[in-house]
Every structure is written in structure tokens, then in C-alpha cells.
Design a protein around this ligand. Structure first.
Ligand code: GRF
Length: 188
């Protein structure tokens, strides 16, 4: 059995896509959802799917306590799905090679601090890029820097707004994120 822990700060559409994808797979379980925001939509998704959830503060994120708590789930992967805090070094070391993130652009472009959500799509459109996409990558101590696992592309249409581009990006994410997780869990 593979156990996944999902970290998310927002509405949680990626978490939902991952839960749905593995709902018929007896070998993969979303064991816990962690959020840094009390009112994050992802917490409702956890409740609706009977998945335990945990809300953390900054101090806890830096604590050995949290690492111990999460190790008890024996996670095969820790999946950051729209989680906005930088991951502390101690946490990265504790789960070395097991933390992955999804970024809504083609890294190394449009990454780094402050580059999240609509900021990314606004910057891509302002730069008149012809394409954008998603990057699924390992997490290390530097924002949006870890080794790239998968990228998928979409065209940026001249009529695109940050909102319509975000919709195209979400479609890519919902398709590729669960399947990439499956590949990482089962192909090795
Ligand atoms: C996604 O676009 C992801 O790439 C980014 O944050 C967004 C989260 O969306 N890191 P959702 O909460 O999964 O709907």
C-alpha cells in the first residue's frame, strides 16, 4: 500500500483530482491532507472524502513533532498541490526525494518567490509568451528549483486572460499530476 500526504493552501482542485484518480486503486491511499489555512477549500474536500486533515502554523512546520507525526503515515510521497509556504530545510531532509510540487508554468521560467497563482499567468501574458504549461518537480531547499520530473505545455492564445489561461493550466494539472504520481509510485 502506498500512502500519500497532500499539502494544499487553496481550493484543492488538484487534491480532488488526485483523490478521484486513486479512488479505485487499492494500492494507493491519500492518508492525510495538511493545510496552513483554516478556511482552505481543500479541508472541505478532505472532510467530504473522509480523509483526516491537519492545520499547521509556521512553528509547527519547522518542528520535529510534525516530521514525527507525518512519518507515522509512512508516506511514499508528500505532494504539494498549491501549497504556498516554502518548505523548511529540516523537513526537506527528513523526506529527501519524497516531496514533489506542481508549478503552473514552464520552470525555470516564471518561478520563485511571489510567482504563484494568477501572478504567474499575468506575467506569462504580459510577456506575450506563445506557450505556457505545468512543471512537476522534486522539492529541495530553494523555491521551484528541484529536479524536473514532467512538463506539459499548452498554447497561450492571443485572446487568453489570466483566468482563461489558468483554466487551461488546471486541465493539464488535473490530467498529469495524478498520473505522474502513479508513475513515481509504481514504475520503480
Ligand atoms: C495550481 O495551479 C498549482 O499549480 C499551484 O497552485 C494551484 C492550486 O490550485 N501550485 P488548486 O488549489 O489545486 O485548485
Amino acid at each position: 500500500m502506498h500512502s500519500l500526504i497532500i499539502f494544499a493552501s487553496g481550493r484543492g482542485s488538484n487534491a480532488q483530482a488526485i483523490i478521484d484518480y486513486f479512488s479505485t486503486d487499492n494500492d494507493v491511499e491519500v492518508a492525510l491532507i495538511v493545510s496552513n489555512k483554516k478556511d482552505a477549500g481543500v479541508l472541505q474536500i478532505a472532510a467530504d472524502n473522509n480523509i483526516p486533515s491537519l492545520i499547521i502554523g509556521r512553528d509547527e512546520f519547522n518542528s520535529i513533532d510534525l516530521i514525527e507525526k507525518l512519518k507515522a503515515y509512512k508516506p511514499s510521497l508528500i505532494v504539494l498541490a498549491g501549497f504556498l509556504w516554502k518548505v523548511p530545510e529540516g523537513f526537506v531532509k527528513a523526506f529527501a526525494g519524497k516531496i514533489i510540487n506542481i508549478h503552473p508554468a514552464l520552470l525555470p521560467s516564471y518561478g520563485g518567490k511571489g510567482m504563484y497563482g494568477h501572478h504567474v499567468h499575468e506575467a506569462v501574458i504580459a510577456a506575450k509568451e506563445k506557450e505556457s504549461g505545468i512543471t512537476i518537480h522534486y522539492v529541495d531547499e530553494v523555491y521551484d528549483n528541484g529536479r524536473i520530473i514532467v512538463q506539459a505545455r499548452c498554447t497561450v492564445k492571443y485572446v487568453d486572460t489570466p483566468d482563461t489561461l489558468a483554466q487551461s493550466i488546471h486541465k493539464l494539472e488535473h490530467f498529469f499530476f495524478p498520473r505522474t504520481i502513479e508513475y513515481l509510485l509504481k514504475a520503480n
